[in-house]
Write a protein that binds this ligand. Structure first.
Ligand code: NAP
Length: 269
């Protein structure tokens, strides 16, 4: 059994808006574990010293924007999943070594099941955006038998780099081409965080039966999810993925599964 962490933290910049402390602390309380999960805002020039302090304190926790890649480079060891994605969102210390993992990948697959049902299949996936979160989606989809992913991003060189890393991912020449015969459209851009953002994909461009998954989340639903639902598309926002990646992280740190319903209530606030 892994040694209990000295502390539990979320590091990022900024982090104060994060919902993670609310739902992780609800699960810790429900499990009777006397730890408090804290958000730590780390300035970019302090990342190195912060990582050294976390290792010395036997801390465990999560990493968020903008440090998922930079943190991976500072770990003593990466799990195969963190290596595949090239990013860390979950860490702990094992016999003095800082271990980096990635639960966004399995969190995304679990979120789709939670949102659309366990039997749903996705033969064609359209991935909009080509950053770290898109890599987690690509890593998840490469494990689904028969799924083909088409990526489109505003910086096509970045989309081409993503396609080169994942055999099942093809670069689309245009958004229209990326959407052809798609069964699931995933927004992996930050569009939708603010009310005045453009929708990541116009609803009129979606094939009639396509489902929509927005990695962006807010306490209320995102504008894209609201618009997709209104047009009859099954749609879900990133709260389900936030929950699932966090629940998987909790299990890695503490060796027991959290009460997901306690997490969900705390998240919906
Ligand atoms: P990232 O590495 O910065 O990549 C963002 C991607 O979106 C890039 O392709 C970027 O293109 C593109 N982009 C940025 N702003 C855009 C805009 N206004 N319009 C169109 N494209 C835009 O970010 P990330 O880490 O992948 O995260 C992406 C989103 O996923 C964030 O909102 C994050 O909060 C969310 N996320 C959610 C969860 C969850 O649990 N629900 C987990 C992980 C991430 P350029 O290269 O041209 O800038």
């Amino acid at each position: 059994m892994r040694e209990r962490p000295g502390r539990l933290v979320l590091i990022g910049h900024p982090v104060l808006h994060s919902l993670s402390p609310a739902f992780q602390n609800a699960a810790l309380q429900r499990a009777g574990i006397p730890l408090v999960y804290e958000a730590m805002d780390i300035a970019p020039d302090e990342l190195g010293s912060a990582v050294d302090r976390l290792r010395a304190a036997r801390a465990a926790g999560n990493v968020t924007v903008p440090y998922k890649q930079a943190f991976a480079e500072r770990c003593d060891r990466l799990t195969p999943m963190a290596t595949r994605v090239g990013a860390v969102n979950t860490f702990w210390v094992e016999q003095g070594a800082l271990v980096g993992d990635n639960t966004d990948v399995d969190g995304f697959s679990a979120a789709l099941q939670r949102a659309f049902g366990a039997g749903a299949e996705w033969p064609r996936v359209t991935l909009v955006g080509a950053g770290g979160a898109a890599a987690a989606v690509a890593a998840a989809a490469e494990r689904w038998p028969g799924t083909r992913v088409t990526v489109w991003a505003r910086t096509s060189a970045r989309a081409a780099r993503l396609a080169a890393r994942f055999a099942g991912v093809r670069l689309a020449a245009s958004l229209d081409e990326a959407l052809e015969e798609t069964s699931l459209v995933v927004n992996a851009t930050p569009s939708g965080l603010r009310d005045d953002d453009a929708l990541p994909v116009d609803i009129g461009l979606l094939p009639a039966h396509a489902s929509v998954y927005d990695l962006v989340y807010r306490r209320d639903e995102t504008p894209w999810v609201r618009a997709a639902r209104a047009a009859g598309h099954p749609a879900a926002d990133g709260l389900t993925m936030l929950l699932e990646q966090g629940a998987l992280a909790f299990e890695r740190w503490l060796g027991v599964p959290p009460d997901r319903e306690a997490m969900w209530s705390a998240m919906r606030g």
